[in-house]
Design a protein around this ligand. Sequence first.
Ligand SMILES: *Cc1c(COP(=O)(O)O)cnc(C)c1O
Length: 353
Amino acid sequence: MGTTPDGRRQFASDNYAGICPEAWEAMARANAGHVQSYGDDPWTARAADLLRELFETDCEVFFVFNGTAANSLALASMCQSYHSIVCSETAHVETDECGAPEFFSNGTKVLTAAGKLGKIDPDAVDWAVRRRTDIHYPKPRVVSVTQATELGTVYGPDELKAIWARAKSHQLRIHMDGARFANAVASLGCSPKEITWQAGVDVLCFGGTKNGMAVGDAVVFFDRNLAREFDYRCKQAGQLSSKMRFLAAPWVGMLEGGAWLRHAAHANAMAELLHGLVSAIPGVEIRYPRQANSIFLALAPAVRDAMHARGWHFYDFIGWGGARLMCSWDTTEADVRAFARDLAEVSAGVAGG
Ligand SMILES: *Cc1c(COP(=O)(O)O)cnc(C)c1O
């Protein structure tokens, strides 16, 4: 996609954005003096305690460098190599992790399940288990849900509980890819526990990067038994940070004053504004309901190319295609209006000429 020479804020991804002030400031504080290495430090302990407070339960917490590692290692901790993981066909673990879940689990197969709008249909969980029960089929062991989904939709507590009911009936565990968990909480206005352990989630990969950190995802085990020897798994995979305080401090900075939720709510609000402005443009079609911090547009190729020529970056290969526009913690109203103005001009030009 090239670079963004004018330095403008883009809608290509929430990880185009920089580090938010709260995370940055906490890293600066963590940078004063020496502390213990490999996670034996006060920042890591504090961040884990804050996550336990946030989820209102005594969960086990680990910090790794990114979401692919978090998902892959969390899934591997629940599976034997002959098991399988049931997820949506648009799930990041299926389409965007280069086979890492299979690799780190020594061959656990990812099976896709049907559903609408990036979600898994509870009936599809049944089907994945029941279609074959013989020895030749990779035995389903985990359901993996993404919250918010890759299509920018959000599972409500009842939808998660419906999946849980099916999962429980087949003794399946539940993994949640929460790369945009904060956006989902902000969208639902619920407490974090309602869409995690109170809805049957065994392990959550809680993303920090897309919410304004430089790096670092938290792996949160609600079933502490699953966390047994997870520290060894992280170390072997190259995910044990020697200067762990720099992965942990941003969590402290963002959890202490509630910035994690404020930033997510802001990104969601900017997506809502963008949705409103572009849906008024003739010829622009919005593909999925706007629930988190993204919208997807069906754009004519000429319109897409003209927007790229005006310096706007966005992807059109994510999920089931369409131009994905993603808002971040630092997206401004002016950014949104500038994009919408260009899209209106370009669309009128293409239609007229
Ligand atoms: C971004 C993202 C991840 C994590 O990706 P990394 O690049 O490995 O940090 C995981 N799941 C979803 C749905 C994502 O959007």
